[in-house]
Design a protein around this ligand. Structure first.
Ligand code: ADP
Ligand code: ADP
Length: 224
């Protein structure tokens, strides 16, 4: 089954001046369940826009998106919220952890919104922090963690509600190459062991090498 499919997906930004930017032009992609796909391409080629639309953080101008075979209705916000809580996990370049919460609380946070009880939240969060190798860092604030450790917390948080898909926008973009490689390995292991599909945007050749499929974007179009 295709976990994600886009059909003639386009996105055009129109500015007040009348200027139009076609960020995506008729994108057709099919991503299979359990696949690790990376999107590469120069800055401004549309990678973030594509990820944001698939992740329902942004809406297409035209075209269709299917997640687990169901068409996404971008105007139906309760359905979008459900998709986010139950199907999609996000990892960002800048980690985006909550600064006032320690690692454990950051991982608990999405479970709270999914109606998970407090003791179950803490149990799962500590299991996930263990999985990403941070069993000794549970009570540390983000400011007390290295970049690589913060990204591990973010990966644990993305896994909190047992998603089928993890979307990651330049997940190694703020990390040195050695740390980036470890994060890539961690994501690849989670992909293999848990059959979670990964869709990443990256400039990082190591990340691209870990992918089952590399799709190249240029000027809003897939070139390979
Ligand atoms: P990439 O992630 O490959 O760097 P983006 O998806 O961020 O590319 O951007 C693709 C194009 O769309 C660029 O020309 C960018 O300036 C434009 N763009 C992206 N987001 C917005 C936005 N929110 N408003 C207007 N233009 C945008
Ligand atoms: P990345 O390097 O990860 O592609 P960008 O720097 O392109 O990120 O974009 C960061 C954020 O700014 C995104 O949320 C994108 O939608 C927004 N953005 C990018 N280009 C523009 C633009 N020209 N106008 C308004 N927002 C933009």
């Amino acid at each position: 089954m295709n976990i994600v499919e886009t059909r003639d997906l386009s996105k055009c930004y129109v500015f007040d001046s009348g200027l139009r930017v076609e960020a995506l032009k008729d994108i057709n992609v099919k991503i299979e369940e359990g696949e690790f796909v990376s999107f590469m391409g120069p800055s401004g080629s549309g990678k973030s826009t594509l990820l944001n639309i698939v992740g329902c953080l942004d809406q297409p101008s035209s075209g269709r998106v299917f997640i687990e075979g169901n068409e996404v209705d971008y105007r139906n916000s309760p359905a979008i919220v459900r998709l986010h809580r139950q199907t999609i996990g996000f990892v960002f370049q800048a980690f985006n952890l909550i600064p006032a919460m320690d690692a454990l609380e950051n991982v608990c946070y999405p479970m709270h919104f999914n109606g998970v009880g407090r003791s179950r939240q803490k149990q799962r969060a500590s299991e996930l922090l263990n999985l990403v190798g941070l069993e000794d860092r549970m009570c540390h604030l983000p400011s007390e963690l290295s970049g690589g450790e913060q990204q591990r917390v973010a990966i644990a948080r993305a896994l909190a509600n047992s998603p089928r898909i993890i979307l990651a926008d330049e997940p190694t973009g703020n990390l040195d190459s050695g740390t980036g490689r470890k994060i890539t390995d961690l994501m690849k292991n989670i992909n293999r062991e848990q059959n979670i599909s990964f869709i990443v945007t990256t400039h990082d050749p190591e990340m691209a090498r870990a992918a089952d499929k590399v799709l190249k974007l240029n000027d809003g179009t897939i070139i390979i």
